[in-house]
Design a protein around this ligand. Structure first.
Ligand code: SAH
Ligand code: SF4
Length: 390
């Protein structure tokens, strides 16, 4: 039987995408302008500063709107470069005010970003993704069940902040009037496996002539990629958060399997040496509360012993379940008893309030629903082709 395939859905060969200047630092923009012949070396710095102000301070996405740049230069820029935002595939808002965007960077390349306003309004943190999927497979994390698609570029990481600022209408807002005041790399992926992208994105968003979020208000969370910790501190000056989750190698090997490569003792030694670590710049240890797995008073006591002498705070995260997850969240009593022991030893031990659970925006829940939908859609497509062929 002959088969006629419907080619109307086949994608044409993609033309190379124009370079997005939103992912370049000011000096990189200047160098790019010279290389492309748009600016003479003597003019490049001034021109880069103008573009920078429009793009990273005013949030402008069209070169045409840059009224202090000559018309023909604007046209030359538009011919070669872009400042376009990625597409927002979906936007959801939780009853608690949390907003989640599913951002489509390219066909099939999607990641989620979550704005978490503080309870009671005021400021809030933006939880950004560094990768689409993750190579690691922590057993309590839904992202970990999804294969890595690819690293996000610096432009794509910066774009997550820009999309949030568009939505919150706070370009040009005075620092005191902003809602988005902090950035946490706690979305999808392991940031230290994409350190170049993360570090460049941080150079861009912390520039005081642009988005101007201070490095001290940026936290990078890692599962414990020991060989990259020092470089993270030196290159970014970011606050460090480490996903510890267990006090013995035996259990951490299961929960956070990267522990087999970099066990707890090595991890703690690297943390003690983290550049700038002090009482004013503490490391945050994240500890997910899993019922009957890691939540006993004895483990709380072992935890404070293990961390003795490290300037730290311990963030207790109630486990956020996902379909098929092999764990349950500890009871409120159990979590409070654990927190009391840690607290009594002199460590701040806030219990993270789950936010945005109703829209699957809480820790470890990201991406799951959109992938499922796409997997179903892919299955339907495959079935349609199979049916046509048989
Ligand atoms: N890959 C990085 C950052 C992203 S995850 C890391 O592992 O640190 C951000 C935090 O959420 C980590 O501490 C992670 O362990 C935690 N987490 C993952 N799945 C979770 C879940 N289902 N419930 C609660 N916390 C979870
Ligand atoms: Fe990856 Fe972090 Fe999830 Fe582990 S917890 S699978 S490192 S995203």
């Amino acid at each position: 039987m002959s088969v006629t395939l419907d080619l109307s859905r086949a994608r044409p060969a993609a033309a190379p995408a124009p370079l997005n200047l939103a992912g370049l630092t000011r000096s990189e923009i200047a160098a790019t302008l010279v290389e492309s012949g748009v600016a003479a070396p003597s003019q490049a710095k001034m021109r880069a500063n103008q573009i920078w102000g429009w793009a990273q301070h005013h949030g402008v996405t069209a070169f045409e709107a840059m009224s202090n740049i000559a018309k023909d230069t604007r046209a030359a820029l538009a011919e070669r470069f872009t400042l376009a935002r990625p597409q927002i595939a979906e936007r959801q808002q939780s009853v608690d005010g949390t907003i989640k965007w599913l951002i489509r960077f390219a066909p099939g390349i999607e990641a989620e970003t979550v704005f978490i306003p503080e309870v009671g309004g005021g400021s809030g943190a933006l939880c950004v993704s560094s990768q689409v999927g993750c190579t690691l497979n922590c057993t309590f994390c839904h992202t970990g069940t999804q294969a890595l698609v690819r690293n996000l570029t610096a432009a794509e990481i910066v774009a997550q902040v820009q999309v949030a600022r568009d939505d919150l209408s706070e370009w040009r807002a005075a620092p005191g009037g902003r809602r988005l005041t902090n950035i946490v790399f706690m979305g999808m992926g392991e940031p230290l496996y994409n350190l170049d992208g993360v570090a460049t994105a941080l150079d861009i968003v912390s520039d005081d002539q642009g988005i101007a979020i201070s490095r001290r208000r940026v936290t990078v969370s890692t599962s414990g990629v020991v060989p990259k910790l020092k470089e993270l501190g030196e290159r970014t000056g970011a606050m460090l958060a480490v996903s510890l989750h267990a006090v013995t190698d035996e259990l951490r090997d299961v929960l956070v399997p990267i522990n087999k490569a970099y066990p707890i003792a090595e991890l703690l030694a690297a943390i003690r040496a983290y550049p700038g670590l002090s009482n004013a710049k503490r490391v945050t240890f994240e500890y997910v509360m899993l019922k009957g797995v890691n939540d006993s008073p004895a483990e709380a006591r072992a935890l404070v012993k293990l961390l003795a002498g490290i300037p730290a705070k311990i963030n207790l995260i109630p486990f956020n379940p996902w379909p098929g997850s092999p764990y349950e969240c500890s009871s409120g009593n159990r979590i409070h008893a654990f927190a009391d022991i840690v607290n009594a030893a002199g460590y701040a031990s806030p219990i993270r309030t789950p936010r945005g659970r109703d829209i699957l925006a809480a820790c470890g829940q990201l991406k799951s629903e959109s992938q499922k939908t796409r997997a179903n859609a892919r299955r339907r497509e495959t079935e349609a082709v199979d049916t046509a062929e048989h």
